[in-house]
Design a protein around this ligand. Structure first.
Ligand code: SIN
Length: 288
């Protein structure tokens, strides 16, 4: 039996799991312990894990059915042998990007919430990391909802927002999309602002991404002002965990109750990450 240790990484969320080699079979008790730690801490870090792509896929499959990446700006998977794996990288080979998101900031977001059934989880595996920069941050959306002032809770109760599918978190337009000038016309799923987590049943703030968001049924200036206030609250430093990447780190996060963003880094440095996602059920409004 594996003997894991769970060490919290920040007061709000994040824990390190040590004492396990993810290339080896994981027994049922250990998997249950990891899942419990994940439910408790929302983001799990495993250090020093050098996994091949098939090993990354097998590990991801222990947490549910794989969910292929959404459309990228280049219109085809980055790894033709493993289309379920997304590549996050600034590296170009022969002038062609080998991955998505480049070297700039990736703004706060939740993955693929512009579809009705966004992924429940994602895994990011660090294969090449810059000496500095490119840190990734997660924020706890259970905590963001719990600590929301009562009048803001009342304003968003029963409301939905548009989760725009036009741009990715690096500001690049997805293939086949066209520019949006009025957020009320943005394409993408209409999602409840407060959701019920499918596993824990807890309430979480569900914001998606700020660009082109719109609270359905509000006049536009009121929606903009309320969204600005919600985003400012949801990304307060005390709700976050900061990941400074080391080679072969692997992070697993819950996409239903966290937001994440990434810092920019030196364009001359190389950063290569392989990423998987796990399918999730339809989003449900809290208390529906
Ligand atoms: C992402 O948003 O999935 C990428 C995060 C990162 O590059 O660290």
């Amino acid at each position: 039996m594996n003997r894991i240790t769970v060490t919290p990484l920040a007061p709000a969320l994040g824990a390190e799991i040590s004492g396990i080699d993810l290339r080896r079979p994981i027994d049922a008790d250990t998997l249950a312990e990891i899942k419990q730690a994940w439910a408790d801490h929302l983001v799990l870090r495993f250090r020093g894990q050098l996994l091949s792509d098939p090993q990354l896929l097998a590990l991801s499959g222990l947490f549910g059915e794989l969910d292929p990446p959404g459309p990228n700006p280049y219109g085809k998977p980055f790894l033709s042998d493993f289309p379920e794996i997304n590549v996050i990288s600034n590296v170009k080979v022969g002038g062609e990007p080998i991955g998505n998101l480049g070297d700039g900031e990736a703004v706060w977001h939740c993955d693929m919430t512009y579809v009705a059934n966004p992924p429940r989880a994602a895994m990011l595996h660090a294969l090449e990391v810059p000496e500095s920069g490119g840190d990734t941050f997660w924020s706890n959306m259970y905590l963001a909802y719990q600590t929301l002032p009562a009048e803001m809770k009342a304003k968003i109760a029963g409301r939905k927002a548009i989760h725009d599918s036009t741009y990715n978190s690096a500001g690049m337009m997805r293939k086949g999309m066209k520019a949006i000038t009025d957020p009320r016309e943005a394409p993408g799923a209409h999602q409840p602002l407060v959701i019920q987590h499918p596993d824990t049943g807890r309430a979480a703030l569900f914001l998606g991404r700020r660009r082109n968001s719109y609270i359905v049924g509000m006049d536009l200036p009121a929606s903009e002002a309320l969204l600005d206030a919600l985003w400012e609250h949801a990304t307060r430093t005390e709700f976050t965990f900061r990941q400074q990447w080391r080679l072969h780190d692997l992070i697993l996060w819950d996409n239903r109750c966290t937001l994440h963003r990434r810092d920019s880094f030196d364009p001359d440095a190389r950063r290569v990450m392989h990423r998987t996602q796990i399918k999730g059920p339809a989003v449900v409004a809290f208390g529906a």
